[in-house]
Design a protein around this ligand. Sequence first.
Ligand SMILES: Cc1cc2nc3c(=O)[nH]c(=O)nc-3n(C[C@H](O)[C@H](O)[C@H](O)COP(=O)(O)OP(=O)(O)OC[C@H]3O[C@@H](n4cnc5c(N)ncnc54)[C@H](O)[C@@H]3O)c2cc1C
Length: 382
Amino acid sequence: MLEGMTDTGHPLAPPAHERPLLDAALDLAAGFAGTAAALDESAAIPLDNLRALHAAGLDAATLPESLGGQGLSYRAYGEIVRAVAAAEPSTACIWVMHIGAAGALAALSPEPEAARFAEALRSGSRFANALSEPAGGNLFLLPQQEAVADDDGWRLSGTKRFVSGCEIADHLLVNALVDGVPTFFGVDPDDTIGYVPIWDTMGMRATRSQLVSFDGTLLRGDRRCAPPEPDQPNHVSAGLAFLSIGIAEAALAALVAHARGRVVPTTGEPLARMQWVQHAVADAAVRLDAARLSARHSVWLADQRSPGFIPATLNAKLLAGEVAKDIAQLGVSVGGGSGYLRTSPIQRHFRDAQAGALMAYSAEVCRTYIGSALLEDAPDEP
Ligand SMILES: Cc1cc2nc3c(=O)[nH]c(=O)nc-3n(C[C@H](O)[C@H](O)[C@H](O)COP(=O)(O)OP(=O)(O)OC[C@H]3O[C@@H](n4cnc5c(N)ncnc54)[C@H](O)[C@@H]3O)c2cc1C
């Protein structure tokens, strides 16, 4: 699929000159696939995978040329997330958060901090997004925790939760209310920051998205970010649909392999010959193709710096998250008792596939925005 997009010069395909980076990501993903079951079992951070992505130049490539990067297109970035997610989705999730936090800090911090964060990404430091609050839920861009003024900036006491890869992060993107206004800061973890091990989850276990506690943590005035431009694309919202699409592709592949190999005792034929399986797989494949096109359209808009990027991203995230869940559920039906065994990838894909629709903005929040935009004069902003 990726090869076809690039070779045909399709407008939604990444630019041809980015082909070497895509090939590097595909090669790495092939190796990551062999780590997925063990990482799910151990719930250990996939540090080797993340370091390999950095060593291949993929982290630095996402920075603009003005910050020492290659200005990788959002189209190529999406394909990389998709390929890594199909192989090992926790690696893809942490990478999306890492690139999103680093990109925001490099773009929005005042100098010389912006250059320092860009150099940190290029040299292999790790970043995480500490944005979601226990009481804030999905509305992660609207923090409720107030930072208190201090001589060198502000102090934050409180918690952020579900912070993917926080335990290995050298730098955090943190938001808090400053004089009632949501404000972003770059924070280097010190002994005022703690990690509460809440992340014992049904899926995406190796993201280790723990609760992070702040006890009077200094939010430095010289690391106060400028407000993001409302229409500026960012790598987290651009990447989440591709995360679900990768999981959906892996779930469909596992389903197809099982259906081809499992002979139904009563008919003596493989499951793959049964009409209900063929019809269900056809519907799954068509919806997955639609989800890929929707996601690819959203990142094409991001590359055009079109304001249409935001609604397109919500459409794509909603569709991809629901398609991933449905295909993973079909896998469980087709897999039968064999797919229910812990040794089967089918049950792992089913568990991982739930995450996309839960992550902000959740499927329900996306629907509220899309539906109210159609039905009301003043649509609800997510
Ligand atoms: C795998 C994973 C990785 C994550 N990584 C990070 C990370 O790195 N950094 C980070 O900051 N956060 C991260 N998150 C948090 C994530 O982005 C969400 O903020 C979080 O999952 C919301 O969870 P919650 O329990 O507070 O849900 P809630 O917001 O309480 O949602 C519960 C239910 O209520 C619905 N709901 C909530 N608000 C509305 C609304 N306004 N309208 C309609 N329905 C609504 C939801 O759709 C859902 O059905 C991660 C989450 C997951 C699952």
